[in-house]
Design a protein around this ligand. Structure first.
Ligand code: AMP
Length: 113
């Protein structure tokens, strides 16, 4: 199996602006930001997308969400932010490695497009 783009970022084969890392997750700035702050939080385990995660990933996904909240706090997004996970073609997924978008720094419209 070939490595996903995000596995290459984890391996430092592709550069990224990393904001947080531990043994289970990595947070880095999105290369095409859709808001003043746009960060991707990914598990190091290559789960393709959220709907493919299993019960054994429960603690990992909890850790990922808690990390997203901590990164938002670090970025000073006390006025609000949004977490998004795109699953599949209709969900707008383009990279098949589970990732949580953290978007903030401006008012975000609802519903999303
Ligand atoms: P999605 O469309 O939900 O699969 O999100 C994939 C995201 O990865 C998009 O927002 C892209 O802008 C972002 N992206 C693609 N390549 C890179 C890269 N090399 N570094 C950081 N973010 C990237």
């Amino acid at each position: 199996m070939s490595q996903t783009l995000f596995e290459k970022i984890i391996a430092r084969e592709i550069p990224a602006e990393i904001l947080y890392e531990d043994d289970r997750v990595l947070a880095f700035r999105d290369i095409q930001p859709q808001a003043p702050e746009h960060v991707l939080i990914i598990p190091k385990k290559p789960i393709p997308r959220v709907g493919d995660a299993s019960r054994e990933d429960q603690a990992l996904l909890g850790h990922l969400l808690l990390t997203a909240g901590e990164v938002a706090r670090e970025l000073g997004l006390q006025d609000g932010f949004r977490l998004v996970m795109n699953h599949g073609k209709n969900g707008g997924e383009t990279v098949p490695h589970l990732h949580c978008h953290l978007l903030g720094g401006r008012p975000l419209k609802w519903p999303p497009g």
